[in-house]
Design a protein around this ligand. Structure first.
Ligand code: PLP
Length: 409
């Protein structure tokens, strides 16, 4: 059976070039980057080359990149690292975040709140986008940190982060701005010297950008003070103790180089793309516009084939690979399992909630009723998704929904 993977927001496949780059660091090139001998220094060189590659993708300085174990650690390091010292000194602190953040931000925010930090959780509009005026109104004299995601993991909705950061800095230049850019990395340009020059901290996760699970970074702008989460050796400029995951870091560096090339490609029409090996339907997206065109083909095909289907969230401001659909069925859970049996992998929203029947906190925050949230599924394409797969998935999904509707009727 052909397996069609439409769950790239949960995790992306590791690209063959990325696997190839990391493999020697398990065997002939293994070494501890802190060792003085040749093997150690070769590993150190590889880590620093990867740091430069990630910095190029983000348009920042290499020394501003801290390698971590993934998005969750980066988010925790940003929130706890900035705000814990205020609690330690018994100084007032206020955090502004949103109701649609990943739990990797929401749970540290709640933990800080329980320990005395004041927290504002901004609500999105029905499109899943935050309102700059409400953000401005939430700023206070003791606001120390803002943590707003760049792209949402469920709907793909892109937040007006550059604008929010400018508003915060105009109010008080000392407010630090963190963004969870886990779902934006490798899908959208992230310019920390341009549009996002007011962003002080930015989280990325390797396994959302074609590198392995358990890898990530936190960008920490030069001069930003951050208490470490782990105590130990002086790794990562004292920001993250622990021997570096050298193969994972090398993989992340290679994935960043590939993402850079992919993002730089000029837009062309999906239907007129050259087809490898002359086979029709074998095309893979070769840049964001092509990926968006494949996503749009799937989405418009499903909207046409299944009357009553609705897109959750903004269709204007969203990542090029994501569509979140509400189907005219009672519950999306049987649909998810029916699709899985036919080889199509999709998700309820965030991977952490897969299998759980709790309605998504993101959809509820956007104003959906619990029943509407429960009848929704996220379809997220990867750069490796082909047009043939989209055509096939469209037929399978439309037929599965119709079967479920007739069973119910
Ligand atoms: N933030 C967002 C927006 C995510 O989508 C995820 C993972 O789904 C994370 C953080 C956590 O990243 P990781 O799985 O690397 O810990």
């Amino acid at each position: 059976m052909q397996r069609i993977y439409l769950d790239a927001n949960a995790t992306t496949p590791v690209l063959p070039e990325v696997v190839e780059a990391m493999l020697p660091y398990f065997t002939e090139s293994s070494g501890n980057p802190s060792s003085a001998h040749h093997s150690g220094q070769r590993a150190r060189g590889a880590v620093e080359m990867a740091r430069i590659a990630v910095a190029k993708l983000l348009r920042c300085a290499a020394k501003e990149i801290v390698f971590t174990s993934g998005g969750t650690e980066s988010d925790n390091l940003a929130l706890l690292g900035v705000l814990q010292p205020y609690l330690d000194r018994n100084e007032p602190a206020h955090l502004i975040t949103s109701q649609i953040e990943h739990h990797a931000v929401l749970y540290p925010a709640e933990s800080l709140e329980q320990r005395g930090v004041k927290v504002t959780y901004l609500a999105p509009n029905s499109e899943g986008i935050l309102d700059p005026a409400a953000f401005e109104a939430a700023l206070r004299p003791h606001t120390r940190l803002v943590s707003i995601m760049l792209a949402n993991n469920e709907t793909g909705a892109i937040q007006p982060l550059g604008k929010l950061a400018r508003i915060a800095k105009a109010y008080n230049a000392n407010i630090l701005i963190h963004t969870d850019a886990v779902q934006a990395a490798g899908k959208l340009p992230l310019d920390l010297s341009g549009e996002f020059k007011n962003v002080d901290l930015l989280s990325l996760s390797g396994h959302k950008m074609y590198a392995p699970q358990g890898t990530g970074i936190l960008f920490v702008r030069d001069g930003v003070k951050l208490a470490p989460l782990f105590l130990g050796g002086p790794h990562e400029r004292q920001r993250r103790a622990g021997t570096e995951n050298v193969p994972g870091i090398v993989a992340l560096g290679r994935a960043a180089q590939i993402a850079q090339q992919w993002l730089d490609l000029a837009p062309t029409d999906v239907s007129s793309r050259p087809e490898p090996n002359g086979h029709s339907g074998e095309t893979r997206s070769s840049g964001p516009p092509q990926l968006a065109a494949l996503r749009d083909k799937l989405e418009s095909g499903l909207l046409a084939a299944i009357p009553g289907t609705v897109v959750n969230g903004s269709t204007l401001h969203r990542t090029p690979n994501t569509t979140h659909l509400r189907f005219p069925i009672d519950h999306a859970e049987p649909l998810l399992y029916a699709l899985d049996m036919e080889g199509v992998a999709v998700s309820f929203g965030s991977a952490c909630q897969s299998g759980a029947t709790e309605p998504s906190h993101v959809l509820l925050a956007m104003g959906l009723a619990p029943a509407q949230a429960r009848s929704s599924l996220r379809l997220s394409l990867s750069r490796l998704t082909t047009e043939e797969e989209i055509d096939h998935a469209l037929n399978i999904i439309a037929a599965a929904v119709s079967r479920l509707q007739s069973i119910h009727a």
